[in-house]
Design a protein around this ligand. Structure first.
Ligand code: AMP
Length: 148
């Protein structure tokens, strides 16, 4: 998939946003959705997406929507840090198939990191148990700061 193909309305995240397939939600508002990655590269791996934009990547995202998504990523990362106490975390964002992107609806990854726990490979992690993801999502959601 090139950087410049049209948006596919049947990509996995579009299906999640329509409710056609389930996801383990951390939180949402009218603009953004934060949900658990089902193939987590570490414990507490969360994805943040815009709800209305059909931008596939960073080149296409409208600046005002980007501001909403990155603010939501920061809010979620703060809650991840409080809930799971990682020693560090990574914010990842892939663009185009050659850039490692596999779902073509712009998203930011929050991947908590611990010095003694190797991170699983992008696209190579096993599927997580839904009950475990729900429990993590509840712990993270419980630490969210109030929306302003
Ligand atoms: P990327 O490769 O940057 O496009 O990231 C796509 C991410 O979506 C990967 O980390 C996948 O593990 C994750 N993913 C794929 N399908 C689902 C799904 N149904 N629910 C949640 N995360 C998913």
């Amino acid at each position: 998939m090139t950087l410049h193909a049209p948006y596919d309305p049947d990509n996995i995240f579009a299906k999640i946003l329509r409710g056609d397939i389930p996801s383990v939600k951390v939180w949402e508002d009218e603009h953004v959705l934060a949900f658990m990655d089902v193939f987590p590269q570490s414990e507490g791996h969360v994805l943040v997406i815009a709800k209305q934009s059909t931008a596939r990547n960073l080149l296409e995202i409208e600046p005002d929507v980007l501001a909403q998504v990155i603010a939501a990523t920061q809010r979620t990362a703060r809650a991840v840090e409080k809930a799971l106490k990682p020693e560090g975390f990574q914010i990842l964002q892939f663009n185009g198939e050659a850039g490692g992107q596999t779902v073509f609806h712009l998203h930011f990854h929050i991947v908590p990191r611990w010095a003694d726990r190797p991170m699983k490979g992008h696209g190579h992690a096993p599927m997580a148990d839904t009950a475990v993801l729900r429990s993590l999502a509840e712990r993270i959601a419980a630490e969210l700061e109030p929306l302003k």
